[in-house]
Design a protein around this ligand. Structure first.
Ligand SMILES: C[S@@+](CC[C@H](N)C(=O)[O-])C[C@H]1O[C@@H](n2cnc3c(N)ncnc32)[C@H](O)[C@@H]1O
Length: 189
């Protein structure tokens, strides 16, 4: 029987407490954000990474479709700039960002049929020297389990998919456990 992963987002406190930022994740994002003035986090959830991504004078925008998750986010960070929306709706198209982030397997929520359109939009809103960071679990050949709203993809396939949208893999960084961060820049189209 298929189940819904997104059901867990109705319980943001549980999600937040069971997905603490690991040391390697923290160090990685601290390093990557140091030169970014503006950050867009797609599927920002409870704001796990906000203390890093929104630190200093950065302009941070978090987008998520789950009001419960954003409500939890605002409880701890009432001044954060958050957008309640589906990423397919793209209310942010007129802005440009130095860094776009999809953390913790958020990418796996994008159905295969929507991937290219989403990546094309990300391409448009990235500054020329911008970086797109996608954090995923390393999976060899698809998901070991079935979920109705979760579409795992092996890293090599993700990289190919991003290449098709004009996003070139610059480097990868293995984080704790099976997590890896894939970092893309704009290539010439
Ligand atoms: C695995 S959680 C990751 C949350 C956060 N990035 C983190 O690192 O903890 C995925 C998030 O993506 C959001 N999401 C899933 N599909 C979405 C969509 N179509 N539009 C906007 N947000 C979406 C979910 O509501 C959830 O908060």
């Amino acid at each position: 029987m298929t189940t819904l992963i997104s059901k867990q987002y109705q319980f943001p406190a549980v999600y937040h407490e069971s997905h603490l930022v690991s040391l390697s994740e923290r160090n990685f994002f601290v390093q990557q954000t140091q030169f970014a003035q503006s950050v867009l986090e797609l599927g920002c959830g409870t704001g796990r990474l906000y203390p890093i991504l929104g630190s200093g004078n950065k302009q941070y925008v978090g987008l998520d479709r789950e009001w419960q998750m954003l409500k939890y986010f605002l409880k701890d960070h009432p001044k954060a700039c958050l957008v309640l929306a589906q990423w397919g709706d793209w209310p942010l198209l007129s802005y440009q960002f130095d860094m776009v982030v999809m953390a913790r397997n958020t990418w796996f929520h994008v159905p295969p049929v929507s991937r290219l359109a989403l990546l094309n939009n990300v391409y448009e809103i990235m500054n020329e020297s911008g970086i797109f960071v996608v954090e995923v679990d390393r999976i060899k050949d698809g998901s070991p389990y079935r979920q109705a709203d979760f579409f795992p993809q092996p890293v090599l396939e993700i990289v190919g998919c991003f290449r098709d949208a004009g996003l070139k893999l610059e480097f990868t960084k293995n984080l704790s456990g099976t997590k890896t961060a894939l970092c893309f820049r704009k290539a010439c189209r």
